[in-house]
Design a protein around this ligand. Structure first.
Ligand SMILES: Cc1cc2nc3c(=O)[nH]c(=O)nc-3n(C[C@H](O)[C@H](O)[C@H](O)COP(=O)(O)O)c2cc1C
Length: 390
């Protein structure tokens, strides 16, 4: 069975749900591990009032018993701490004429899903689109990705993320284990306090101007042996799968591996990473490929960079029109983030972990955690022994 998950729920609904399928039995998972990742998703100077109010109250409905997965679907819900004040607007049974509903939205925001989504589903009240396209729905995805990250941890595979730039201000990206750890604990996903200050200044400036910001972040995936993913079928390529997963995060507009777009300017002789034989074993002195060749991990660190556009909801507002009066107005505005790059980076860590877990379990099986560990370890040992003279 392959790994998959489904989510349900709206930004201001009663809560959000995730049901995962295919997580191996016997994986130890603690409440603290899940809660810590969810708390990190809410991080960041520049997050709006909503992120501060979110408490991410977790209820596990199945698939976990005595701190371990049972092999059944893991079902988790995240309650909405504000539900009482949204009950009337979001009630599933209340009947009203759409555009006259409580808190109806009729002025689509440029850059958001409102306009195309309401045309697609025929909604007069664009709240039906806004509520589901909201990034709050990345919380249940983060739960699924966190379960995957726990599974990968058991295999010695780590997925880490760090912010690289916000609104044109670039900061140092982590290189050492300590730096990655500092970035993971930092409010803005960076390694140095002075970088955090520089980014805060930039975000504050945008907030004062009623504007919003995007930026870039990097992911590092370590511990995979060569050959995870496949060159044989288009939809098994690991770079393609990771690209889709990261691009599925609202606001993410581009992903590159290793030297990525800069590869266009380099001759092949300078870009490709030489294979050097040293003591009967091969090594790669550089990693311009970003750890993936032929759609498979090549044994090196997988490095990807992603870009997130500025948040579409702005105090400033952009030209739009009101679908009830048909008159020009500014796009709808409600409590919003000014910048969400540090949070998007945490969601990306989760989505990358999920994707790698899918590829790993497709290759090594996923009924039992102990079997998976054994198969993964024996393949990795064989890959390490493999050399030109074996
Ligand atoms: C963690 C996170 C938080 C976000 N917060 C907001 C927000 O407060 N307001 C907003 O308009 N967009 C926010 N976005 C971005 C929108 O969800 C996104 O731009 C929108 O769904 C349109 O999708 P697209 O940008 O991929 O085209 C956020 C995205 C992420 C990943």
């Amino acid at each position: 069975m392959t790994l998959r998950f489904l989510t349900s729920g709206e930004s201001h609904g009663r809560g959000l749900l995730v049901v995962t399928e295919g997580i191996p039995a016997g994986l130890a998972v603690s409440r603290e591990f899940l809660e810590l990742r969810l708390a990190r998703r809410r991080r960041g100077f520049g997050r709006g009032g909503r992120a501060l109010l979110e408490r991410d109250e977790l209820t596990v409905w199945g698939g976990l018993r005595n701190g371990r997965t049972t092999g059944g679907p893991v079902g988790v819900s995240i309650g909405n701490a504000e539900w009482e004040s949204w009950d009337e607007a979001m009630n599933p049974w209340a009947v009203c004429v759409e555009a006259a509903c409580m808190r109806a939205v009729t002025a689509p925001r440029p850059g958001h899903a409102d306009l195309a989504g309401s045309v697609k589903f025929g909604h007069r009240d664009m709240r039906n689109v806004l509520e589901r396209s909201s990034a709050r729905t990345t919380a249940p995805r983060t739960v699924a990705g966190t379960l995957a990250a726990r599974m990968l941890e058991e295999l010695g595979v780590a997925v880490r993320g760090a912010v690289e730039s916000i609104g044109g201000v670039a900061v140092r990206t982590p290189e050492t284990f300590e730096e990655w750890t500092r970035a993971s604990l930092s409010e803005l996903g960076v390694t140095r306090p002075e970088d955090e200050e520089a980014l805060k200044k930039r975000i504050l400036q945008a907030a004062e101007e009623g504007d919003s910001l995007g930026g870039t972040f990097v992911l590092s995936i370590t511990g995979l042996p060569p050959g995870v993913g496949s060159f044989a079928e288009w939809d098994e390529r690991l770079d393609g799968l990771l690209g889709q997963a990261i691009l599925s995060i609202p606001g993410v507009k581009g992903v590159e591996f290793g030297e990525g777009f800069r590869s266009a300017d380099l001759p092949g002789s300078r870009l490709h990473d030489p294979i050097v034989v040293d003591g009967g074993r091969w090594t790669r002195p550089s990693n311009n490929a970003g750890g993936i060749e032929g759609g498979m991990s090549n044994g090196g660190e997988i490095r990807l960079r992603a870009v997130m556009k500025p948040i579409p909801t702005m105090k400033k507002g952009l030209p739009s029109f009101d679908t009830v009066s048909d008159r020009p107005c500014t796009g709808h505005s409600e409590r919003s983030d000014v910048c969400a790059v540090p949070s998007a980076c945490v969601v990306a860590e989760a989505m990358a972990a999920w994707t790698v877990a899918c590829a790993v379990t497709a290759q090594f099986g996923n009924d039992r955690m102990d079997d998976l560990k054994q198969r993964f370890a024996s393949y990795t040992q064989r890959a390490e022994r493999w050399n030109l003279h074996a």
